[in-house]
Ligand binder design. Structure first.
Ligand SMILES: NC(=O)c1ccc[n+]([C@@H]2O[C@H](COP(=O)([O-])OP(=O)(O)OC[C@H]3O[C@@H](n4cnc5c(N)ncnc54)[C@H](O)[C@@H]3O)[C@@H](O)[C@H]2O)c1
Length: 364
């Protein structure tokens, strides 16, 4: 299997696929793209022309019927993920799903069970657990250099998909039921803090609609006004991990610019801070307060003896699934972790409405 060239189908040839998956598939694994799929035929055809892909289809069903492929990457709009994922897994193909893979915990469990039954690997992004800086920080924490970690503060927000990204497609769907800031952006912050502390035990949250109308600021729909008052666009999420550990996740579509570090982990004897773009594979910044070592200040951490792998692109999820297939192991970007994050996200509306702290039951 080691020399096998993996045949990849990209489902959903929109902004993210054009940015990450189409240009990087061949760089991230011994792989070729054999099909591009989109309900808008011109997008799939354009992908075929630009990336020398032999086949294009307008649905996942046509793909399954007509094409021989091994791995599908579902990068379609959020609301389409569950149907696409169930179809891919039912066909016995390996799957990488963009986030969130399903609208409910039950539906994601259905996907996980189906993947097991069909004996295929199932990877769910975002890719934060593969990050160089996060894995370096985990090594630093495990070494004891900063003492017990007890609080993480994560700010993961931007000004909205209509604001920060150039897109050929209409961004209105991001504000419709089933999508929204929590599942599009909150998912990143929640995956990050649970990558560091493990499964959370309780969640509470305050949320509001801060921008009920928005103007598209770039791309093909520049200038279009969108009504955006259905779903909250700003969330302040607090998580209890038990045993004196907690986290704050500040997320949404309302921060056009910010100088806040994306993540800081506060520990008994120091702080680990993430101020640099993670795709540049930076070292985290580390502050140590140690009476024994006579240190009190920011230090320059050295790369460890086993430095984590540097990332090339957000298509690294392909390397993860190929590694899981070839070595029959659980991928780093596990669907069970995604299910825990999904449970938090699906409990949040109730936590906001009731103003209470709710228990969580899933783990990974
Ligand atoms: N950094 C990140 O992790 C990141 C950033 C942006 C977007 N995303 C995710 O990527 C996914 C796509 O977002 P985008 O920004 O590319 O949106 P987009 O609207 O630009 O692209 C989505 C594409 O999916 C197609 N599509 C919709 N339903 C389909 C179906 N049933 N079958 C096939 N194609 C279908 C649309 O026609 C469109 O071309 C979303 O899950 C989004 O959350 C992730």
């Amino acid at each position: 299997m080691e020399n096998k060239k993996w045949r990849v189908a990209i489902i959903g040839c929109g902004t993210f696929a054009n940015w990450q998956y189409l240009p990087n598939t061949r760089k991230e694994a011994n792989a070729e793209i054999v099909a591009a799929v989109d309900i808008v035929p011109e997008r799939a055809i354009k992908a075929c022309e630009e990336y020398n892909i032999p086949n294009h289809y307008t649905s996942v069903y046509e793909l399954i019927e007509k094409c021989d492929f091994d791995i599908a990457i579902d990068s379609a709009s959020i609301q389409a993920h569950h149907e696409i994922n169930m179809a891919v897994l039912s066909a016995g193909k390996h799957l990488i799903s963009q986030k969130p893979a399903a609208p409910t915990v039950e539906m994601l469990t259905e996907q996980i069970e189906l993947a097991k039954k069909m004996n295929v690997k199932f990877v769910c992004v975002p890719i934060h657990p593969m990050r160089y800086d996060i894995n370096t920080a985990k090594q630093i924490i495990a070494s004891g250099a900063v003492g017990k970690p007890f609080y993480a503060k994560c700010t993961l927000a931007h000004g909205g998909p209509e604001y920060f990204q150039y897109r050929d497609s209409d961004p209105s769907w991001f504000f419709d039921e089933g999508a929204g800031a929590l599942v599009d952006m909150g998912v990143h912050g929640l995956q990050i803090v649970t990558s560091i502390f493990g499964p959370a035990k309780r969640v509470s949250c305050m949320a509001k609609v801060l921008m009920p109308t928005r103007r598209v600021r770039s791309g093909a729909y520049d200038g279009k006004m969108i009504k955006t008052d259905t779903l909250y666009d700003q969330y302040i999420i607090s998580l209890d991990f038990g045993e004196g550990v907690m986290a704050l996740v500040d997320t949404g579509f309302c921060e056009k610019a910010s100088k806040t570090p994306q993540l800081e982990i506060f520990c008994e004897d120091g702080t680990v801070s993430f101020t640099r773009p993670y795709m540049t594979n930076p070292m985290p910044e580390v502050y140590i307060d140690s009476v024994e070592k006579g240190i009190r200040g920011w230090i320059d951490p050295m790369p460890g003896v086993n430095p984590p792998k540097a990332l090339i692109s957000q298509c690294c999820c392909l390397g993860d699934i190929v590694d899981a297939i070839e070595n029959d192991k659980t991928p780093v970007l596990s669907a069970e972790h995604a299910r825990h994050v999904l449970e938090i996200m699906t409990r949040i509306p109730e936590a906001v409405k009731s103003g209470t702290t709710l228990d969580l039951t899933t783990t990974f």
